[in-house]
Write a protein that binds this ligand. Structure first.
Ligand SMILES: *Cc1c(COP(=O)(O)O)cnc(C)c1O
Length: 359
């Protein structure tokens, strides 16, 4: 028997979530964000599933973009951080990639590159996030430089929201945008902007987490947003034991039984992508019944408290770590993180099973 852990990726849920994005996007076009191996869901798997319904793909990794082109993806591909060294630019031209330019230095490198053809450019503007992006006073010179170089096939303004999912919202950043020259085309919204702030749709939206069925909002569930889980991480109980009052479980003895306790051992650990810092009580489903983890998450195992389960369970019982029946957002919150991190951390040793309900 093989180790029972697997990640089920529901491709119809992915298409459903894209349709939700489409409904919110109105007339705006959609960059499906597929960086970080499509948030752990598999770059090519996601791209092929969305290829006939999305308008473009956005990512960070040049190797990934080349893979998309070599697999026959024809839509625009947006490189969210642009290029890191000018030597990459010939590949950008060869594979027809849209580059972000986020700094003056990057603009200078672009304009002096020996490019065989023009490239579409996304000019990233800093409106308050203060990571990447040009400040308002830098933009006129960069625009002039791009014009003189004749290397930009088009220029789209782009910015990124710092708190579209939180109390500060987006208005302060939209106000900051007004300090920049007017743009022909603009791209502003991530999932949170798209779902909550209609005024951010502009010409192209950039949903990521919502496509994968995660909620960008701490106080609103994915279900309430009409989203379906795409990744379901499941394993099995590989042992069950009874321990006595005062007995401990796992490394560091961080759980001590206050009553006779039935403990289930699950074949899933931090080497599979389960967060090591998940505390006692982090929810888990065993045969569809909710219980909580006990003791420290180790490399290959977690332990769960089966004592109160209404239906008794044994070795071989299915355990859902997150996904169908147990939102990743809820597990993430218990572990002090976000579903983005859980998804991205899914490790290469976990076999993936694709589920499809469409033809
Ligand atoms: C990752 C990313 C997104 C997608 O954000 P979500 O919160 O996952 O929707 C959008 N825009 C940029 C620039 C990004 O880096």
């Amino acid at each position: 028997m093989t180790r029972p852990i697997r990640a089920r990726i529901d491709l119809s849920a992915l298409r459903h979530n894209h349709a939700v994005a489409r409904r919110h996007a109105g007339d705006a076009s959609i960059w499906s964000v597929v960086k970080a191996n499509s948030y752990g869901h598999g770059l090519m798997r996601v791209a092929k599933t969305l290829a006939d319904i999305t308008d473009g793909f956005a990512l960070i990794e040049l190797e990934g973009a080349i893979q998309l082109r070599e697999a026959g993806i024809r839509q625009p591909i947006l490189m969210l951080e642009g290029f890191y060294e000018a030597e990459e630019l010939p590949a950008f031209a060869e594979y027809a990639l849209t580059t972000v330019i986020h700094s003056r230095a990057q603009a200078e490198a672009f304009c002096s590159a020996p490019l065989p053809s023009k490239l579409p450019v996304y000019l990233k503007l800093n409106t308050g996030m203060n990571r990447l992006g040009l400040d308002a006073d830098e933009v006129p010179a960069v625009l002039e430089m791009l014009e003189r170089s004749r290397l930009a096939a088009s220029v789209t303004f782009m910015t990124h929201f710092a708190d579209a999912d939180g109390p500060r919202g987006v208005d302060w950043q939209l106000a900051a945008l007004a300090r920049f020259p007017p743009a022909v085309q603009r791209s502003l919204a991530n999932s949170a902007g798209l779902l909550r702030h209609q005024g951010t749709r502009a010409d192209w939206v950039r949903p990521g987490i919502m496509l994968y069925g995660g909620s960008p909002f701490p106080e609103q569930t994915a279900e309430q947003l009409g989203l379906l889980p795409v990744m379901t991480l499941q394993s099995e109980l590989i042992a069950v034991r009874r321990i006595a009052v005062g007995d401990h479980v796992g490394y560091g003895c961080t759980f001590t039984a206050q009553r006779p306790t039935t403990v289930g051992i699950v074949a899933c650990g931090y080497a599979d992508g389960y967060p090591r810092h998940a505390p006692n009580g982090t929810p888990v489903l065993v045969a569809g019944q909710r219980c909580g983890i006990v003791g420290r998450v180790s490399m290959d195992k977690i332990c769960v408290d089966l004592t109160d389960l209404p239906r008794k369970v044994g070795v071989g019982e299915t355990v859902t770590l997150w996904g169908e029946g147990l939102p990743a957002d809820e597990v993430a919150a218990a572990a002090g993180t976000v579903s983005y991190e859980l998804f991205c951390a899914l490790s290469a040793r976990v076999p993936v099973i694709e589920v499809r309900e469409f033809g």
